[in-house]
Design a protein around this ligand. Structure first.
Ligand SMILES: [Zn+2]
Length: 299
């Protein structure tokens, strides 16, 4: 597929930060998701997560839950084989999760050595299963935790579960008035998060205060496949409503329609809330339940 090969090529020549899917949600968004999830962890699981992160010797990210949630994007800079694990390209004109996942499910042990051609849905399932498996050694368990912390956030970024043959919105240029411009992917990764504030803990606290018990239990149903499908639905309803054309040929900047940014911020907040609740769910299960109860595909 053109999109995937493009991304591989981009990664190979080190331009991911410019036009690849550099940092889903940006680092700040991942910190918000981790802070939200942390509040929903049981005290026992929170201690286990902290102890595992404290045993990590990798200096790429600080060994706190919030910073460890950003680690996978930095890791990717020197481990290009993990680039495609951060998203699933469900095409707007041909939504087919199985083909977007290269024919899932796959399962590899250790999961951190999984195939380069794999999607985020498979990767979450694999790492969550590994986290819960008592046979997993500590080094691999640390990998699994850090990937889970990150990928549950990524799959909730709508442009990490959708594509319009435009490299996940990277080819869609947006005019923000005057000389200011960005692209659709960056707009969702960082601009919307920046508009929420600068302190990830404060943003998370504000978002958590608005999660109702019925929303929480609704979001706790299903699994990664459902989350990706839902994220794709958000992309259709709230991201690709600009009238942008498929592909990368026409990159004339598009003016944001009236009301787009406000609606997008609402949708992004909802996705961050869902991600936080679901990250806590998989961690609470992963650190306390039996492996056979962990591997699930949702409905
Ligand atoms: Zn990522």
């Amino acid at each position: 597929m053109v999109t995937r090969s493009f991304r591989i090529a981009v990664a190979a020549i080190g331009l991911a930060a410019v036009c690849g899917q550099a940092n889903a949600w940006g680092y700040q968004g991942h910190r918000v998701v981790a802070a939200l999830a942390r509040a929903y962890l049981t005290p026992a699981v929170r201690m286990k997560v902290d102890a595992l992160l404290a045993a990590d010797t990798d200096p790429l990210a600080a060994h706190t839950m919030l910073e460890a949630a950003t680690w996978a994007d930095t890791w990717r800079n020197t481990h290009r084989e993990t680039s495609q694990w951060h998203f699933v390209d469900i095409e707007l004109d041909h939504p087919d999760l199985a083909s977007a996942c290269f024919g899932y499910p796959t399962s590899t042990r250790p999961a951190s050595t999984g195939p380069a051609q794999d999607c985020i849905v498979d990767r979450i399932n694999d790492f969550v299963a590994e986290l819960a498996d008592p046979a997993t050694d500590q080094a691999e368990r640390i990998f699994a935790l850090k990937f889970v912390l990150h990928f549950v956030g990524d799959v909730h970024q709508p442009l990490h579960a959708s594509d319009n043959h435009d490299h996940g919105g990277n080819c869609v240029q947006l005019s923000l008035g005057g000389p200011r411009s960005t692209n659709l992917h960056s707009f969702w990764d960082t601009r919307l998060i920046e508009a929420m504030g600068s302190d990830p803990q404060a943003i998370a606290d504000g978002l958590r205060a608005r999660v109702t018990p019925s929303q929480k239990s609704e979001w706790e149903r299903g699994g990664p496949r459902d989350w990706a499908t839902q994220s794709y639905g958000v992309a259709k309803a709230s991201v690709y409503t600009l009238g942008s054309r498929p592909g990368c040929e026409d990159q004339t900047p598009i003016n944001l329609p009236v009301g787009y940014e406000a609606a997008a911020k609402k949708a992004a907040e909802l996705q961050l809330q869902r991600a936080g609740v679901r990250l806590a769910l998989v961690l609470n299960r992963g650190f306390t339940e039996k492996p056979r109860r962990i591997r699930y595909w949702g409905t």
